[in-house]
Design a protein around this ligand. Structure first.
Ligand SMILES: *Cc1c(COP(=O)(O)O)cnc(C)c1O
Length: 475
């Protein structure tokens, strides 16, 4: 299996070659040159598999340059009940991603049982083990530099802690994350994890990471890598749970299922698109946004109009507060018939701050063929959905999942089960749950008193040179 760039001007590469990187050299994103296909016979065999078997079956098609025995070992070490230990009472922990039935035909797919209580652990934990494996094989080391407003940074740190050959330098806005998120990251005492609290906002931290990444000499000398959401390994890992969720709510592969995905960077739902392209019988892929509705606008109108960070609203579903959906480029590549010249034209506009309209050329008319529909939510809907779900089903959901459920209810079809992806546990967003329900959510026992643990972090100015020096001194 070779991987090609959406912009068409980079050499094709193997899975291991693109694993540690981000963008392709031509600025595009990597995708398989063709999607592996699962036949009806394959699907019938996959139905009975547990998460580990299913993950191996799917990932071995993508990572075919890793010896099967090694990949199986990595997958078996990653997807364990010990790592994904935050399942709800009564759920089968070894299931890794159990479903919660709200009512006939309406389900949650629990993806947030990992160490940081968000779905990003599903892919990031695998990435930690894959990185360590590939680095050990080639005798290389990597320094991961990232910026986070909360979820990505903590998922990356919990995946990379203690891993040989890997150091993590994670920039976050000083005193701007929730107490829980801060404590989760800063209480890590592993010597390969460095938390840098930047005296500024998230965009300041992000700008420093971008500037350092554009300093090619520094990047090469200090082996700077990234784990951002455009990493192909993360997308590949996320494909697995669409299959698992499908099998969980159907009895036969003649049935179809729809998925609703609380979306920001389009990484999660992009994996759903790929699962569908591989032969999973998916009816609709419902993209749910919050007030930051750049994706909903596209799926309603055909116009993709990324916003500036100044036009990004800070909401109570903060992990979906994005103005530009980086993984969206992967879907558009398929939508325009994998025409890389067209991609260069479209993203030429995006990269210079513009927009594009896919009604031109008739591309938008084909969106329906891919199953995509969308909707947007807001704070009032979020609060109402959390209250309704608690009252009606006795289930507490987080704010992101609430955006998903709100939009899912607008797109249900008779006799097609609707699965809403649960992208975080409510314990992660205590203030919002307190506002909605008048009491704090239950917190998993192993995280009690998290905020009282000793914390390890550096406070630094918004000063790229100082941060470069810090990385150089500790790498
Ligand atoms: C990251 C995140 C999202 C958005 O996922 P994308 O892959 O960026 O679309 C939604 N909900 C939660 C809780 C997240 O952490």
């Amino acid at each position: 299996m070779k991987y090609i760039s959406t912009r068409g001007n980079s050499p094709s590469q193997t899975f291991s070659e693109i694993l540690l990187g981000g963008l392709a050299p031509d600025g595009g994103l990597y995708l398989p040159e063709s999607y592996p296909q699962f036949s009806a016979t394959d699907l019938a065999a996959m139905r009975a598999m547990n998460y580990r078997e299913l993950a191996f079956t799917i990932l071995s098609r993508f990572a075919d340059d890793i010896p099967a025995a090694d990949l199986r070992d990595i997958v078996n070490r990653t997807y364990t009940a010990e790592v994904y230990c935050h399942t709800r009472e009564g759920q089968n922990a070894d299931d890794i991603t159990p479903t919660v039935k709200l009512e006939d035909g309406l389900f949650l797919l629990s993806l947030s049982n990992g160490p940081t209580l968000a779905f990003k652990d599903m892919a990031m934990q695998l990435l930690g083990n894959l990185f360590e494996y590939v680095l050990a094989k080639t005798g290389r080391e990597i320094n991961i530099l990232g910026a986070t407003s909360g979820d990505t940074g903590s998922a990356a740190e919990y995946a990379m802690r203690g891993k040989k050959g890997i150091k993590v330098f994670m920039l976050s806005p000083h005193q701007k994350m929730s107490r829980f998120q801060t404590a989760q990251m800063f209480s890590l005492q592993d010597p390969n994890i460095f938390n840098i609290a930047v005296k500024g906002v998230f965009d300041d931290a992000q700008d420093i990471v971008k500037a350092v990444s554009n300093d090619h000499a520094f990047k090469a000398q200090y082996k700077i890598g990234a784990v951002n959401s455009i990493n192909w390994g993360r997308i590949a890992a996320q494909v697995v749970y669409y299959f698992k969720g499908y099998f969980a709510v159907t009895r036969s592969n003649d049935e179809k299922v729809s998925f609703t995905v609380p979306s920001g960077n389009f990484g999660n739902v992009c994996a759903g698109h790929i699962a569908r392209m591989m032969g999973l019988p998916v009816s609709k892929l419902v993209v749910a946004t919050n007030e930051n509705d750049v994706l909903d606008e596209f799926f309603r109108t055909g116009v993709y109009r990324p916003r500036g960070s100044a036009q990004t609203y800070h909401t109570s579903s903060p992990s979906m507060d994005i103005s530009k959906a980086s993984n969206f480029e992967r879907f558009v590549f398929d939508l325009v018939g994998r025409d890389s010249a067209k991609m260069r034209e479209l993203w030429g506009k995006v990269d210079s701050g513009g927009a594009f309209d896919l009604n031109e050329g008739g591309y938008f008319a084909k969106v329906g063929d891919y199953g995509f529909v969308s909707g947007a939510s807001n704070h009032a809907y979020r609060m109402q959905t959390i209250r309704d779900t608690h009252a009606k089903y006795g289930v507490t959901i987080d704010t992101h999942t609430a955006d998903g459920l709100k939009v899912a209810l607008e797109h249900r079809e008779a006799s097609v089960p609707m699965v809403v992806l649960e992208t975080a546990l409510p314990a992660k967003f205590e203030d919002a749950i307190q506002e909605a329900l008048g009491r704090a959510p239950e917190r998993p026992a192993d995280l009690a008193g998290l905020e009282n643990l000793p914390q390890r972090f550096e406070v630094m100015d918004v000063d790229m040179d100082a941060i470069k020096q810090f990385v150089a001194a500790h790498s």
